[in-house]
Design a protein around this ligand. Structure first.
Ligand code: UN1
Length: 497
């Protein structure tokens, strides 16, 4: 693909492309090779102020647009995304680093969400129910809430904005979107396509810039009653505290420390494939990545040997090249953090079985590449088995039986995804019931959620809300209960019987 050559981009506020009020900018570069991708406005509270005012104004009309019409806009958006799928995937391989098949999957996830939420325009079902009184009609309807602040990460730069913005829009809310500063071009493309699909002025606004300035201003703003954030646990806590004074509705999708359990009766070939895909896909930079493997002692040695052999076969390189299995990680800070966990693991007494180093040679030194890393002899309490690393590192823990496997899987502060490989239906059902996670896979890795099921986790992974699926509608609407009394007289509930 033709690299963009540091083209300058703008915010989109109230239907116009505009610079930041301050005139300041920041640059987006490729984690693969340092190439310049684009220059973006470094916005501040003043820009957020304008965007929120526009979104607030636009809400008064958008909420009245019939929901099936709002849905049609999403169908047009789905169509445009499909047309642009390859270009967006190429751009993603350059700006974010993931390999092309995964980049295409990221865009596909947004296409799926656009069709799914487009269809919700003709549903958004409420309930009708009998009244306890004569000649009275009861129903509940979903109502939009207002301006939604959308704060997204860089690891799914097209999919995650779609999870948040598309349900928000079909429900009748307007949006101010702050994409991650590592992937602003993809955020910008997303909005460009929404504009092309016909979104009217103020309904969707994008404000580029950092969390400290733009994110904070959004969370503090009194006219933004809803915030949806995917990010770190620390940011989630901050956002919750900041939004608390205004009783904001806050949806949080935070970290994970997901485990794959491999029991003694597992199909080992399948388990190895599932682990490699879940631990090293997207260079381990998924909230759902398998950063722990919990292996039954009867298969531990064999499994570890197979994992090491497969990890060593993986080819690091540019995401846009066919032979690449593992692309770069997002930036220098991520590379440093990932490597620091290798040091921590060694200091804790785990055995570094493969990887554990920054990769260079063949131009890799121009980007941020880390070798797929497997630790063995890991104790469940070690930091490498407890803390989110967000890189291509997985920790293998040995257990004696299914009870201990489930206990170890649950023995972390997070609860996003989980997985078990077993041929035994009884053990599978126990895992479905007892794994404390928002997602459980049977005989599949920890990644690969589909858009029409709720996505999110328990414990420190979130705050009880879910995105995607029907659950998304619950977050982006409020219920109104309506009572229509057509008796022509005063009827008192609970009193007139
Ligand atoms: C994330 O890492 O935040 O299930 C999202 C998956 C993807 C989404 C991951 N469909 O891995």
């Amino acid at each position: 693909m033709a690299i963009l050559g540091a083209k300058t981009f703008q915010n989109y506020i109230d239907g116009e492309w505009v610079d930041a009020a301050s005139g300041e900018t920041f640059e987006s570069t490729s984690p693969a090779n340092g190439d310049a991708i684009g220059v973006f406005p470094r916005s501040s509270a003043a820009d957020v102020e304008r965007a929120v005012a526009a979104a607030k104004h636009a809400y008064e009309d958008w909420r009245l647009v019939p929901a099936p019409k709002r849905g049609e806009l999403l169908f047009r958006f789905a169509h445009l995304l499909s047309e642009q799928k390859e270009d967006l995937a190429q751009l993603m391989a350059h700006e974010m680093g993931k390999v092309l098949p995964e980049a295409r999957g990221d865009v596909q996830e947004a296409i799926d969400m656009a069709y799914y939420m487009g269809g919700e325009g003709r549903r958004l079902f409420g309930q009708t129910t009998p009244s306890e009184l004569r000649d009275k009609f009861n129903m509940s309807v979903r109502q939009p809430i207002g301006v939604v602040g959308v704060i997204t990460p860089w690891n799914f730069p097209i999919a995650i904005p779609s999870w948040k913005m598309l349900p928000a829009l079909v429900c009748g809310n307007t949006v101010v979107f702050k994409p991650a500063t590592d992937t602003p071009t993809l955020g910008e493309r997303f909005v460009e396509l929404l504009v092309e699909a016909g979104v009217s002025a103020g309904v969707v606004n994008i404000v580029h810039g950092g969390g400290g300035e733009v994110g904070n201003a959004l969370v503090q703003h009194p006219d933004v009653p809803v915030i949806s954030l995917t990010g770190s646990r620390e940011t989630g806590v901050e956002v919750t505290k900041t939004g608390a004074d205004r009783l904001k509705h806050i949806h949080l999708e935070l970290g994970g420390k997901n485990a794959i359990i491999v029991l003694d009766d597992a199909n080992l070939d399948l388990a190895v494939d599932g682990i490699i895909w879940s631990a090293f896909g997207t260079s381990g930079q998924r909230c759902t990545a398998a950063s722990r493997v919990i292996a039954h002692e009867a298969v531990y040695d064999k499994l570890v040997a197979r994992l090491v052999a497969e990890a060593e076969k993986m080819q690091l390189g540019y995401g846009w090249e066919d032979e690449t299995d593992v692309g770069p990680v997002i930036n220098q800070a991520a590379l440093d953090k990932i490597h620091s966990y290798t040091e921590i693991g060694k200091d804790e007494g785990a055995t570094l079985l493969t990887g554990g180093e920054v990769a260079s040679g063949n131009g890799l030194e121009k980007g941020y590449y880390y070798r797929p890393t497997v630790f063995g002899d890991v104790d469940p309490q070690m930091r490498i088995a407890q803390e989110e690393i967000f890189g291509p590192t997985t920790a293998v823990i040995k257990v004696r039986d299914v009870d201990q496997a489930i206990e170890v899987s649950n023995g972390i502060k997070y609860g996003l995804s989980s997985s078990i490989f077993t041929q035994d239906v009884n053990r599978a059902f126990r895992a479905m019931r007892d794994l404390k996670a928002g997602i459980t896979y049977i005989n599949a890795g920890t990644i690969g959620a589909e858009v029409h099921l709720p996505f999110g986790g328990v414990k420190d992974t979130g705050n009880g809300h879910r995105e995607a699926g029907q659950a998304a509608l619950d977050f982006f609407t409020e219920w109104k209960s309506i009572y229509v009394d057509y008796s022509g007289k005063l009827q008192k509930a609970q009193i007139d019987t």
